[in-house]
Each structure stands twice: as C-alpha cells, then as structure tokens.
Design a protein around this ligand. Structure first.
Ligand code: CO
Length: 208
C-alpha cells in the first residue's frame, strides 16, 4: 500500500463522513465513551473494528503480538486500568485468532532474539497446559488449541488486576474470551466460566 494512497483514501473517507453528517468530526472530538475494551493481535488481518462492525468511538483497542496481557507490559496495564477506572467499560474482550504467527513461533524450538521474552509468555501457557496439548496428535489441532488456551490464560491475567477484580465482583464488568476464525471470518465465544476461575485463583491472586 502506497503512502500517497493512504492520504487519498483518508480524503475520500472524510468527504464521505461529512456528506452523511456535517457535525461528524465535531461530535467525535467531544469525547469517547466506549463500553468495550478489545485486546487483540497486531496481525494485519485482525481488523478489530471492521470484523465487529464497530464505528469510531465504540471500541477501546489494544493490540500486540498474540494478544498478550503481561503484568510487566506497562502499556497493557495502563490500557486496562484506564479502561476500567476512567472509561468504565462494561466488557473486556481478549480475542485470539487461528493462524497466529506469534503462537506459531512460540511452538518452535528456535531463538527469536529480542522476541524471546515476549514469546516466553506463550511458552508458559504451553507449559501450564502441556498434558492436554501433548495429547493432541494433529499438529494443526494442537496449534488451534494453544491459540484458545492462550486466550483463556490472557483473560485470567486480566482477572489478576486489582481494579478489574473490584468491578468484576460488583458485576459491573464482564470478561470475554474469543477466537476469530480466520478461515471463516467468524468470531467464536470460548464461553469461559470466569466466576469459577476467579473463585479458584483468589486464594493466590486476590487483591481487593
Ligand atoms: Co496473531
């Protein structure tokens, strides 16, 4: 994609928006009130807003390689805390996707240099679920399973955050673990039972 083309596209988009509503950008500039925080992969094919049919102002977005929620990632922690405490979002979605390059890389015995610390978090997910994963013989099925288990573990990482626990227990916030099936374009809800997970992990992680 050429950079010049991006500016041409932008000009057309602005004209299109203004033809529908001359106050569109004036209203957009007044503030944001999204009810959803979407944590997804940086993958160029995972276009958060368009696959959800969302428009500007509806979704607070954070994306990184393999949709990770790392305790040491100041950016992720800032996004989540800001979304919960100030934007008061009602939903946090962690969405993985099949054919995720980050998850694939973590499954390989290979030195990825500066990427190693990041991929280590995914390898930790593999270790946590090693027995289940090693029982899957088909390599593609194992890869898909790790994508799903990684979503589950990143949702649990969201649940470990004090501000999240506080609003979650009051029933003001819901957490959702999804996988986007790149082969069909469809979103899959992993239907994770976070109430029982929180009960289970509170012995170790409870903060409020
Ligand atoms: Co990915």
């Amino acid at each position: 994609m050429q950079i010049q083309k991006i500016f041409e596209n932008n000009k057309k988009w602005v004209e299109n928006k203004l033809s529908e509503d001359e106050y569109y950008f004036k209203n957009l500039a007044k503030g944001q009130y999204p009810e959803v925080l979407f944590i997804g992969c940086s993958d160029s094919r995972v276009t958060a807003e368009s696959l959800m049919g969302a428009v500007p102002g509806e979704i607070f977005v954070y994306r990184n390689i393999a949709n990770m929620v790392s305790n040491l990632d100041v950016s992720a922690m800032s996004v989540i805390n800001y979304a919960v405490l100030y934007l008061k979002v009602k939903h946090i979605i962690v969405a993985g996707h099949y054919e995720c390059g980050g998850v694939k890389a973590a499954m390989e015995s290979k030195d990825y240099g500066i990427l190693n610390p990041w991929l280590r978090n995914i390898r930790d997910v593999y270790r946590l679920h090693r027995i289940e994963l090693n029982n899957v013989e088909n390599e593609q099925a194992k890869y898909n399973k790790l994508v799903e288990l990684n979503v589950r573990e990143q949702c649990i990482n969201v649940l470990k955050i004090a501000a999240v626990q506080k609003v979650y227990r009051k029933g003001e916030l819901k957490i959702h673990g999804w996988v986007w099936d790149i082969h069909t374009g469809k979103l899959i809800d992993l239907a994770i039972d976070f109430d029982s997970i929180l009960t289970d992990i509170r012995e170790i992680y409870h903060l409020d």
